[in-house]
Ligand binder design. Sequence first.
Ligand SMILES: C[S@@+](CC[C@H](N)C(=O)[O-])C[C@H]1O[C@@H](n2cnc3c(N)ncnc32)[C@H](O)[C@@H]1O
Length: 205
Amino acid sequence: MTRRATWSRYRESIGDRSELFAAIADLRPVEEALYPGSYVDLSPSTAIASVTYVDTDVRAARFFADTDLVEQELAGRTRPGAGTRVRFLAADYTGPLDVPQHGMDLLVSLYAGPVAQQTRTYLRPGGWLLANTSHGDASLAALDPAWTLVGVVDHRDGHYRLSTDRLDAHLVPRRPELADPDRIRATGRGVAYTRQAFAYLFQLG
Ligand SMILES: C[S@@+](CC[C@H](N)C(=O)[O-])C[C@H]1O[C@@H](n2cnc3c(N)ncnc32)[C@H](O)[C@@H]1O
């Protein structure tokens, strides 16, 4: 029998990103976050009060439907005030979502496709996007004047470090001719940079 998907089991493969979301919430308060393509990565709820998770995978739907299990998995892991609202939408994020327009403080885009392209209207002006380059989302944001880089996340020895210094040393393409939005959209692949990071934090507007 296959074991059901849970955050604790998922952490065995991807690790625990709680430290990352704590570092973001330490920079400034984050009340509401949207995480399209979350699968069962519950880590944002350890640092943020209200998180809306979105995924089409039935295993994610099963996990989040079990509210006792979700509560158990968060027990003893949340910062004060965090994890008070855990909402899951079994939905395709490329379609309309039952989320208020311009309502979110943080949008999370990790390994799940062109999330920011499809869902940025849910982010409030001045809101933050956490994105990596795996499916090109961070690379598209880097080329779009609507976004400003405000932080860089490194992941080393199992620890996340969020830095806001020397940001101009980042997002410098190794091959500038490949830093083209049409190419990134067509291939779904991000740009290789002279300095690699786990993810980037951008501000809208
Ligand atoms: C590789 S997993 C990454 C999960 C998590 N973000 C992480 O970083 O560990 C990608 C997830 O995105 C979901 N996904 C991909 N496209 C989606 C879409 N259009 N709508 C909703 N979920 C989607 C998949 O079902 C899968 O659970």
